[in-house]
Design a protein around this ligand. Structure first.
Ligand SMILES: NC(=O)c1ccc[n+]([C@@H]2O[C@H](COP(=O)([O-])OP(=O)(O)OC[C@H]3O[C@@H](n4cnc5c(N)ncnc54)[C@H](O)[C@@H]3O)[C@@H](O)[C@H]2O)c1
Length: 296
């Protein structure tokens, strides 16, 4: 265990802010909960925590967790990172803004991005609490993939401990580059995985619409088949039948464009990141600011 740290959670009343705060409050670290919106402040207070203004919490913090929307990260880090003390850590929760060059960078700070993986569809859940915790961070174990955007490798153990705590229970923290983390999130997870998840729902609704079956009948057939499709394809649990393979080929030809792998190209990654952040272009060479006078 690392020594006791001082941690500021910016956006503590938001969706992720509440989750990470709820885990960090149970540690021996000194944690400050910062939130600007009245509704968010009320959520922090309803959780039994005190709201501390950013300007009070940030200057003394060893780690500042930016749990604010990605579209706000440029403005929020520009206002807040200059308040951080020398050698402290900027911890963000999604790679999009880091990849797009939107974070306010300072030469004397460490920058880590850590995204939760969510509990695996194949996790062997044994309790009601684990089944209920679909997102992760409460009872079902998940992992995190992190990227060291700037800083020395030696900070990784401390970063891992805080990441594992704020997203806990966590089995492991994996490390990748910011670019590769962005290939995972959004490309693999959202552009493909979440899109296909929603497409499965659309296909199920269409089945109900185009047949005489009710939704329960369709669900009874489909949910088990979704699971066997995933476990056969991802874990090789069983071979798909010969007839099924032919139907799969037909579906792939009918639905998937030949050049689908282009979404893994950097040009396409930038298109989706620009859409998500509402920006025209990513900045591959963001300015790195000198240490701030206030932070010496
Ligand atoms: N929501 C998810 O499922 C999810 C999953 C993984 C990662 N993330 C990442 O977590 C981060 C936060 O996303 P979210 O969905 O929790 O956002 P959110 O909109 O739910 O919450 C953000 C909170 O930040 C507050 N805030 C905004 N500016 C602030 C400031 N200057 N000082 C203090 N508080 C401020 C807002 O009032 C709000 O309460 C993003 O980087 C997102 O990509 C979100």
């Amino acid at each position: 265990m690392t020594e006791n740290l001082t941690i500021a959670v910016i956006g503590a009343g938001g969706k992720m802010g509440q989750r990470v705060s709820n885990n960090l409050r149970r540690t021996d670290h000194t944690v400050y909960y910062c939130e600007t919106s009245p509704a968010g402040q009320q959520r922090v207070r309803d959780a039994g925590l005190a709201v501390t203004p950013n300007e009070e919490a940030v200057p003394g913090a060893d780690i500042v967790i930016y749990a604010v929307p990605d579209v706000a990260l440029q403005a929020v880090t520009t206002a807040t990172v200059p308040l951080q003390k020398r050698g402290s850590m900027v911890l963000t929760l999604d790679p999009a803004a880091a990849y797009a060059g939107l974070l306010y960078l300072r030469a004397d700070l460490d920058y880590v991005v850590a995204h939760p993986t969510h509990p695996s569809v194949f996790l062997e859940r044994t309790s009601a609490e684990e089944w209920a915790d679909t997102f992760g961070g409460i009872a079902a174990a998940q992992n995190s993939v992190a990227a060291l955007q700037q800083g020395d490798e030696s900070i990784k153990p401390v970063a891992e401990e805080i990441i594992a705590t704020m997203y806990g229970p966590v089995d492991g923290v994996y490390w990748a580059s910011v670019h590769d983390l962005a290939v995972l999130e959004p490309t693999l997870n959202e552009t493909i995985g979440c899109m296909i998840g929603q497409f499965l729902k659309d296909a199920m609704d269409t089945t109900v619409e185009k047949t005489d079956m009710d939704e329960d009948t369709v669900k009874a057939m489909f949910y088990g088949h979704v699971y066997i499709a995933l476990t056969n394809a991802l874990r090789g649990s069983n071979p798909f039948s010969d007839a099924c393979l032919l139907a799969m080929d037909y579906g792939r030809e009918a639905l998937i464009k030949d050049d689908w792998e282009r979404i893994f190209n950097d040009d396409d990654l930038e298109i989706v990141i620009c859409k998500m952040l509402g920006i025209e272009a990513v900045n591959h060479h963001p300015e790195v600011h000198a240490p701030q006078p206030a932070a010496v």
